[in-house]
Write a protein that binds this ligand. Structure first.
Ligand code: NAP
Length: 410
């Protein structure tokens, strides 16, 4: 089919790729614009390094990039190198797939003390995102507290708790590996502000905790029994709640291994203050009981801000958003597939029912700009994979802007 319409998608993460795939299948040409020199978004800089299976989805994205009607414009910062208005004036439609990357704040005293960090910084730090390489993470502490009962909190807690040998074979950033190698952490405490029946963890992630060979996971069995009773008294227990309670109960009653590190999950712990003179020394909680937990590192993983005002993906006719930018920071990677397809269908309807006419090619809007296209990304990918081969890792990530840009030959 001859392609007559061209759409710009801003953001080369899962939401951008799934939307691109749906548009390409509808015969629309797609330019995918990404600020970083590398595509894949959270699959590269969000998914935990010890979860390689989740990253396998990047193969689907690579396939999408093979389409003759697809172009990647990496290393292009929309708002700096080209404006949204320019994109809107020159494409038939524009889709924002820019995610939600700002960590929500707790808004409690002491939150800005040294070593009180947001998972929105810690996660891209250990994943080698070039904007986060300089983050100071001090792991020469005995106890770390992670706030939040979602999968991000669990990822952070697990990365802090597992032995270095389990990370050395992953694609975790080299500099993070060096810091983790000298970690003196003995206990990670994961705190939920509500009960076990209200955690936001997904059951498979909770079940995976039981498989950790070198970490003892502590959960109070009485807390799970009480939660089950509350949930049953409230009516039919939803499947995911029942599965979470089962997984938590299994953790609670599992025989302990006398492992060098423990991961303790506490419920009804709402933080009221982070305390310390300069560095984090303790976190105060209120809830079923008031408790102060001494710790040298505090990470809050309570979600992200950044949703764009929209009506089911429509910002205005011809201008759309998908993924976390559309729905807020919820859902696993696969959630973006159906979501991207739905928004792509709206884009196609708009293209079919409106006289649109593409203007200048994006290359003309970026004179002299060093774009990293798909060929450039394949060079980066190749270099990282080769470095991984020689050290028994899936890849060794390039983490500095300049190194990424030179590997992409610009
Ligand atoms: P999330 O799933 O929304 O969890 C956020 C947690 O923070 C909730 O437990 C919430 O408790 C708590 N919270 C929010 N505000 C708080 C406050 N002021 N004080 C204390 N606690 C607060 O968010 P996320 O962990 O950032 O994950 C984002 C999305 O990515 C989720 O859909 C997640 O499943 C997905 N993800 C998936 C994977 C995976 O599949 N492996 C990995 C990482 C992330 P309340 O419920 O009480 O509000």
């Amino acid at each position: 089919m001859a392609v007559t319409k061209r759409v710009a998608i801003v953001g080369a993460g899962p939401a951008g790729f799934y939307t691109a795939q749906a548009l390409l299948e509808a015969g629309v040409a797609v330019d995918l614009i990404e600020r970083l020199p590398t595509p894949h978004g959270l699959v590269r800089s969000g998914v935990a390094p010890d979860h390689p299976k989740i990253k396998a989805v990047s193969r689907v994205f690579e396939k999408t990039m093979e389409s003759e009607n697809f172009r990647l414009f990496g290393n292009v910062d929309v708002g700096v190198d080209v404006t949204i208005d320019q994109l809107r004036a020159n494409y038939d439609a524009v889709v924002l797939a820019t995610g939600a990357s700002v960590g929500k704040k707790l808004g409690i005293p002491g939150e800005d003390l040294v070593n009180s960090l947001s998972a929105a910084d810690v996660v891209p730090w250990y994943n080698g995102h070039p904007d986060f390489t300089q983050l100071k993470v001090d792991l020469n502490v005995e106890r770390a507290v992670v706030m939040g009962a979602g999968n991000v909190a669990m990822d952070v807690a697990r990365i802090l708790a597992v032995p270095i040998e389990e990370l050395e074979t992953t694609d975790i950033a080299d500099y993070a590996l060096d810091v983790l190698r000298t970690s003196t952490i003995k206990e990670v405490v994961l705190c939920a502000r509500r009960g076990p029946e209200n955690v936001a963890f997904t059951p498979p992630e909770l079940r995976d905790l039981a498989k950790l060979e070198h970490v003892d996971v502590n959960v109070d069995p009485a807390a799970i029994a009480a939660a089950r009773q509350r949930a049953e008294e409230a009516g039919e227990v939803p499947k995911d709640v029942r599965q979470n309670l089962d997984a938590l109960e299994a953790l609670a009653i599992a025989e302990k291994k006398n492992a060098p590190r423990t991961l303790t999950i506490k419920f009804f712990h709402t933080p009221t203050a982070v305390r310390g003179t300069s560095h984090v020394e303790a976190v105060d909680f209120t809830g079923e009981v008031d408790e102060s937990i001494e710790c040298g590192l505090f990470v809050s993983a309570i979600g992200y801000d950044g949703r764009i005002a929209n009506d089911e993906g429509v910002i205005e006719p011809g201008f759309y958003c998908v993924g976390w930018a559309k729905r807020g920071p919820t859902g696993v990677i696969g959630t973006n597939k159906g979501d991207g397809q739905e928004v792509a269908a709206k884009v196609v309807d708009y293209l079919n029912s409106n006289e649109t006419s593409s203007g200048k090619d994006l290359n003309e809007l970026l004179p002299g700009h060093a774009v990293i296209d798909r060929a450039g990304w394949l060079q980066i990918n190749d270099q990282e994979m080769k470095a991984g081969e020689s050290s028994g890792r899936p890849r060794v990530k390039l983490t500095e802007w300049q190194a990424l840009r030179s590997a992409g030959k610009i």
